[in-house]
Every structure is written in C-alpha cells, then in structure tokens.
Design a protein. Structure first.
Length: 289
C-alpha cells in the first residue's frame, strides 16, 4: 500500500497546488473531489494528474440517492435527478482514470445535511435504504460499461439522518455483493467504522471488494460541528494498526487515503500538514514489521 492525499485534507489548495504538493512530498496518488475538478475543468484536471505521474485513488463523491423516498412527483423527480447527477460523476471518474467513485448514499428523504429539520421529511430509514438499492441497480451497469467501480461508503451512525443511511461496513457489503466485483465495492474509512464490533469480520468478508481504504482519527470530544470531528492520525481514539493489518490480510493492495475534515488542519500550512500526515502514516497507521 502507498499513501495518497485526499484533496479535502488540504482543502484550500487548488487542484494544481495539490498535485504539485503531492509530487513535492513524494506521494504517488491523490484523491480528488468533484468540486475541485470542476474549478479546474475535467479535461485539464485529468491532464494535470496524468502529466504529474500520479494515480487518482478515488473521486469524491457521488451518491445522495435517497430523496426519491419523498411522496409523489417530487420524489420521482428527485430520484431521476440523482441518477443523472451520478451518471455525470461516473463519466468524470472514467475520464480521470479514478480507481473508484465514492458514494455517500444520502440520509433520510427531505433532511438536508447540516440543517435543522423542516417539514415534509421522511422518517422511513428502511425505505431510504430501499431507494439506495434501487438506484444502485440503475447505476452499477452504467459504471461497469465505463470501467468505473462504485465504492459504497458507510458513515458513522451520527450521520445517518442527513448523509448516509448505510452505517456499517456490513450493510454496504450486503448491497455490493449483488453486483460484479468490478462494478461495486466498499470503502473502509477508519473514522466511520472503528467502533463496529463486526468490523474485522466484515473486512475479511469484503476481501477484494475493498475499493478504498481511508484513514483519519476520531476526535473526542467531537466539535460542535460533528462533520469536522476528524483528526490527524494519533490525535484521537482509533487504534489503526489492527485495522490496517485486517485490510492487508483481506488482500487490499491499493492506496491509503488520508481524508481529514478539520478547521484547524485546513487553516494550517498545507506543506506542514502533508509532512505530518506522512510521519503519522509510518508511525501510527502501518503495522509494525
């Protein structure tokens, strides 16, 4: 496994700056975000990464597939719009040569990320998961035709209302197993799955379905904005080495992305962040020889 910089860790770097920083620090891969790619332009982004000799370890993100659970025409239109947006994301991943397109599947229909509850949302979490399965049935063949692997990312249960009704690796894997391995896999993100008592069993069960391994730490206490509760490895509660060993034992040989949402890290010198990231990867994440 080799280390990859997920763009959001150095959020204020533009794509050219992130590519240059990755090369300068001796990294071989970068995880891209669609927003940053759009700022630069798709074709130019692909050329930048290719000319730098970097791999695209993932593209973030597709998903948000659950709004179809709203009633009537609103739900039907939301479902169609979500499918169309995800087809665009798949096409972008193909152009970039990304190892996978990460899917954050969406929360309860009508609940907007980070916003107070309004009227007209659904509490039907089982139904929301059914909408994810229906969308995957539409998107997986489309991705397969374009050589793109969809990577279902389970999120910590704290994000179930507004971001992802898939909360465990086992839930994501159960959906993925219905499709060819080259079409649908899963993400193991330490921040989201470290607490799961079935984690090691499900990592072993996932095997070559693991499409991406992402690392950062889980801070305690969490900040008021829990989205920003990710920390540099070694600054929180996660024991990384056994998780990394389990991922290795499952046969994963891809890149290890460091993806951190943290206001203090975003405000720091990005070069210092990447240097610390590299040191912590060696000292905290990798198993001992």
């Amino acid at each position: 496994m080799t280390l990859s910089l997920n763009q959001w860790t150095t959020r204020h770097w533009s794509l050219p700056e992130a590519v240059d920083g990755s090369v300068r620090h001796g990294l071989e891969a970068i995880g891209l975000w669609r927003e940053k790619v759009a700022e630069q332009g798709l074709a130019q982004s692909a050329k930048l990464v290719r000319d730098a000799g970097l791999r695209v370890s993932s593209l973030c993100r597709g998903g948000f597939l659950t709004a179809g659970g709203l009633p009537g025409e609103e739900g039907r239109q939301a479902f169609a719009d979500a499918l169309e947006e995800n087809r665009r994301a798949i096409d972008e991943a193909a152009e970039l040569g990304a190892a996978c397109l990460v899917l954050v599947v969406g929360g309860l229909p009508g609940v907007k990320p980070g916003e107070p509850l309004g009227k007209g949302f659904s509490r039907d979490v089982a139904g929301a998961r059914e909408r994810v399965a229906e969308a995957l049935a539409e998107l997986a063949p489309y991705a397969g035709e374009r050589g793109v692997k969809l990577a279902l990312e389970p999120l910590h249960p704290i994000y179930c209302p507004d971001r992802a009704v898939l909360c465990t690796l086992g839930q994501a894997l159960d959906l993925a197993l219905a499709y060819p391995e080259e079409q649908v896999g899963v993400v193991v993100d330490t921040f989201h799955v470290w607490w799961d008592p079935r984690l090691f069993e499900d990592i072993a069960r996932a095997g070559s379905r693991i499409a991406s391994y992402q690392v950062c730490d889980y801070l305690h206490p969490l900040p008021e904005d829990v989205l920003l509760g990710r920390g540099m490895m070694g600054d929180g509660v996660i024991d990384f080495r056994p998780i990394t060993q389990a991922v290795l034992d499952a046969g994963y040989a891809g890149d290890v992305e460091v993806e951190i949402f943290n206001a203090d890290i975003w405000a720091a010198d990005p070069d210092e962040v990447v240097a610390t990231m590299k040191a912590r990867y060696e000292d905290v994440v990798l198993p001992h020889p």
